[in-house]
Design a protein. Structure first.
Length: 96
């Protein structure tokens, strides 16, 4: 997966530094809600990044199972779809 040019940790550190900065009262009422929104968005972004990584791993495993099933069929194995059944959770035999 592509790595962003700045990490979530770096952004969090910048936000912490900004939150610790003495602001004027007018700036404070403007900046604090924005900081809260950015923090929420970063949390969502981190969750989506983790979900994307999991989906990519599932996709890679399914592609490998498909290739194994195709190879098994070409080799004349009696049940080449067994490779897919092990990978697909809906069949009850694979991982959950």
């Amino acid at each position: 997966m592509p790595h962003p040019p700045i990490t979530l940790e770096e952004i969090t550190q910048h936000l912490t530094t900004l939150a610790d900065t003495q602001l004027c009262p007018r700036c404070d009422t403007t900046v604090v809600p924005v900081l809260a929104d950015i923090t929420s968005l970063l949390s969502i972004l981190a969750q989506l990044y983790d979900e994307l990584a999991a989906a990519r791993l599932d996709n890679a495993n399914l592609r490998a199972a498909i290739n194994a099933a195709l190879g098994a069929a070409q080799d004349g194995e009696p049940d080449p779809l067994d490779y897919l059944r092990w990978e697909l959770p809906e069949t009850g035999r694979g991982r959950a």
